[in-house]
Design a protein around this ligand. Structure first.
Ligand code: AMP
Length: 427
């Protein structure tokens, strides 16, 4: 075989690409209903941004970044997530402070992680997400969760479970870290190399370890809930009460800690099991953060955000039959009789395209019956035939593929006639 795609990447073709656009459009539109504004940060950032922003104890920074030196000797990284880049964008462009907080932004695009590729897990994949920055209100968390929930509802997804937890404020996490250090003190020697490192940098990360023998040890570790400060407990109760009042279902899961270091207070994940019973795990996730903007050189500004994996969303929607994987049908297929008529066929096709119709034409010198077969295959609503005679009379033959009715129409009237036929069908 010749050159193939890079491991962990995937081509998105035809109907599938339309599905991606559809999902991204629904998400963008709903974010804009919630008064979020779009931003497009670059894919490339200085590596230091992610080390400082995402945290050096996270798996993403330690093992999964696509980092390289450019020809000028700068260490650059293909973004492994959006949040740190958005914080940089906010600080550098002085988007804060503003008179009315929070600053609400949404984004969509590819991210890159050097993970082990498997079903639904890629090295280049797309994320859509939002950040609401600058207000500590618990209701900013609720607004962001309700935005994510509205997106899932609008896409038609029924079996969503929202898992939610609080990591508490800094004091709560310091107390919990100390308790974990104490608990793992005489156990860490027998744990994996990663856990030995996590023990030193951030023992909270040990709770995410996937090694089965380590998971056995983790089971008996102290629980976060016992170390949450009163203020954080109160804040979390406000979040939960508000979700309840808005009929947004949730499950409190006190094992949820999330893999990125910047989270504090509320963290959440959206899990999905398809109607056929396939468990997709987390299709999206997010949480509140306190220090991130400051970490990147900006003012003290808390924030909350989430991101969805677009690949995962498209997969669950297909699984539940909520997306068609076929290419969109044509409004018209233009069929030139002989190579000499192709130039005119192209002009006719373009005239209708400009009017907003989806039109294709035949480039092969094949029999009319063959062209009709092609028109049927493309589910064309109209076939437009153009030969020597029609060119001479400045007309075309228009065939309604459904009723089989066939008429000759002057080029001048073509647009109106197509409008008439397709409008009648409610197109
Ligand atoms: P995270 O930034 O790790 O919280 O991930 C947010 C969402 O991105 C997840 O819930 C997944 O839907 C998606 N995601 C994360 N990693 C991958 C991957 N390697 N391939 C495809 N989707 C992913």
């Amino acid at each position: 075989m010749g050159i193939i795609n890079v491991k962990g990447t995937h081509d998105i073709i035809g109907g599938e690409a339309e599905n991606y656009s559809y999902v991204e459009n629904v998400m963008s539109q709903i974010a804009s209903f919630f008064a979020f504004k779009q931003v497009r940060p670059p894919v490339l950032e200085h590596s230091e941004l992610f080390v400082r922003g995402v945290g050096e104890s996270s798996d993403v920074v330690r093992k999964e970044m696509y980092t390289f030196d450019d020809k000028g000797g700068r260490s650059l990284t293909l973004r492994p997530e959006f949040t740190a880049g958005i914080m940089r964008l906010i600080v550098q462009n002085k988007l804060l402070p503003i008179s009315e907080l929070p600053l609400k932004l949404y984004y969509c695009g590819p991210v890159f992680r050097y993970e082990r590729p498997q079903l639904g897990r890629y090295r280049q994949f797309n994320q859509f997400g939002v950040e609401s920055v600058g207000h500590a209100s618990p209701y900013a968390d609720v607004e962001v969760i309700s935005l994510a929930y509205t997106i899932l509802q609008s896409l038609g997804l029924q079996n969503v479970t929202i898992k939610i937890n609080t990591l508490g404020d800094e004091a709560s996490r310091d107390a919990y870290r100390a308790a974990l250090k104490d608990f793992f003190k005489d156990k860490v020697e027998n744990m994996c190399e990663d856990c030995k490192m996590r023990y030193q940098i951030n023992p909270l990360r040990i709770l995410d370890c996937k090694v089965p023998s380590d998971q056995e040890i983790v089971k008996d570790a102290p629980k976060m809930s016992a170390y949450i400060s009163e203020a954080s407990q109160k804040r979390f109760s406000q979040v939960l009460e508000s979700l309840k009042a808005m009929d947004i279902p949730y499950e409190v899961d006190d094992t949820l800690v999330r893999g990125l270091d910047y989270y504090s207070e509320t963290v959440f994940e959206f899990h999905y099991v398809s109607n056929k019973g396939n468990d997709y795990g987390a299709i999206g996730a997010g949480g509140h953060y306190d220090k991130l903007v400051h970490e990147i050189g900006g003012p003290d500004a808390p924030g909350v955000g989430f991101s969805f994996g677009v690949e995962r969303l498209v997969s669950v929607l297909c699984d539940d039959g909520l997306l068609e994987q076929a290419d969109l049908p044509l409004d018209a297929y233009v069929m030139p009789l002989g190579i000499e008529s192709q130039k005119n066929a192209l002009m006719v096709a373009n005239e209708l395209r400009v009017l907003g119709y989806r039109v294709d034409m035949c480039y092969d010198d094949v029999k009319l019956s063959n062209m009709f077969k092609r028109a049927e295959k493309k589910q064309a609503k109209l076939a437009i035939i153009i030969g020597e005679e029609e060119i001479k009379n400045e007309a075309v033959v228009l065939k309604n593929m459904e009723t089989k009715e066939q008429i000759t129409v002057s080029l001048e009237d073509l647009g109106n006639k197509v409008d008439e036929i397709l409008m009648e069908k409610g197109e």
